[in-house]
Ligand binder design. Structure first.
Ligand SMILES: C[S@@+](CC[C@H](N)C(=O)[O-])C[C@H]1O[C@@H](n2cnc3c(N)ncnc32)[C@H](O)[C@@H]1O
Length: 271
């Protein structure tokens, strides 16, 4: 199978090699119908590596010298779509129902566990900086090193900041000038409050301490049920009693785990 044309798909056999690898590494199950997606994400990279078949590329990335390339391939495969204040109802719930009831004197610990390029964590951070009466801490992770580096830089094109409330834009973002015209950067003060690191949800977690809130949004959707259950179990072990979990609005925990009870759509409490 050559990759001279964009449309050339891997054979079923080649696809299955990648399917197993992605499942093993990321916990993401790509059904056969996603062959075109795999091709779109990888064909250019094959050419850059001067390889002509998907099988050769597979052998390269699982081989002794392939570790760095394997990371890169996994990064190409993950979907990083995100935006500021996505799923506004979660932010309303946080502001109206969680923050007013959180015991003062205690530090609120929050984890954004599929942080992507930072829009989710900085949205949370803006709200906490504005409304949280107690000390707070925000830990943020993603399997993809490249998006974590982007998140740390915290520079966003103007086209991506429309959902940020105007007063938050004034307070927490600075307009770029010169070559940075058309971009904003999250203020140093807010950046300093947020900690980013890489973490694969599909592997055992390091000791991060216990959290009060976990945002695990729009990532479970890529996992098959068995992986979902294992990830949710690990997350449950990281939560304080009464801890709250936010998932994406198209993700349900129904039939997957008994460790969480629904409070509102896409919001769960540790049982
Ligand atoms: C669609 S984005 C969601 C971003 C954000 N949570 C939101 O809702 O806007 C999914 C993120 O999950 C990350 N991801 C995928 N598999 C992962 C894994 N096994 N461990 C950690 N993060 C993973 C991807 O790298 C990507 O950044």
């Amino acid at each position: 199978m050559t990759v001279e044309s964009v449309n050339q798909l891997p054979s079923d056999q080649e696809f299955y090699l990648f399917q197993q690898l992605i499942l093993q590494r990321l916990g993401i199950f790509l059904p056969l119908q996603k062959k075109a997606l795999l091709t779109n994400r990888l064909w250019k990279r094959l050419r850059e590596c001067d390889l002509t078949t998907y099988e050769d590329y597979y052998n390269f990335i699982v081989g002794k010298k392939g570790e760095a390339e394997l990371h890169l391939a996994m990064e190409l495969i993950t979907t990083n779509e995100t935006y500021f204040f996505r799923e506004q109802k979660h932010f309303d719930y946080l502001e109206q129902s969680i923050l007013p009831n959180f015991k003062s004197g205690k530090k609120l610990r929050v984890w954004s566990a599929a942080a992507s390029t930072g829009e989710e964590p900085y949205s949370i951070a803006m709200l906490l900086a504005d409304k949280c009466q107690t000390e707070w801490e925000l830990e943020c992770s993603d399997v993809n090193k490249t998006v974590i580096e982007q998140a740390r830089r915290a520079i966003y094109p103007n086209a991506r900041i429309q959902n940020i409330p105007r007063n938050y834009l004034h307070r927490f973002c600075r307009k770029g000038i010169g070559p940075q015209d058309g971009f904003v950067r999250v203020t140093q003060d807010l950046r300093d409050k947020v900690n980013f690191f890489t973490l694969n949800l599909n592997q055992s977690f390091p000791d991060l301490g216990k959290f009060d809130l976990v945002f695990l949004r729009n990532v479970l959707i890529y996992f098959e049920n068995d992986t979902k259950a294992k990830v949710l179990d690990r997350i449950a072990n990281m939560l304080n009693p009464n801890g709250v979990l936010f998932v994406g609005h198209s993700e349900s925990l129904h039939g997957v785990t008994q460790r969480f009870a629904p409070i509102k759509p896409a919001i769960y409490r540790l049982v």
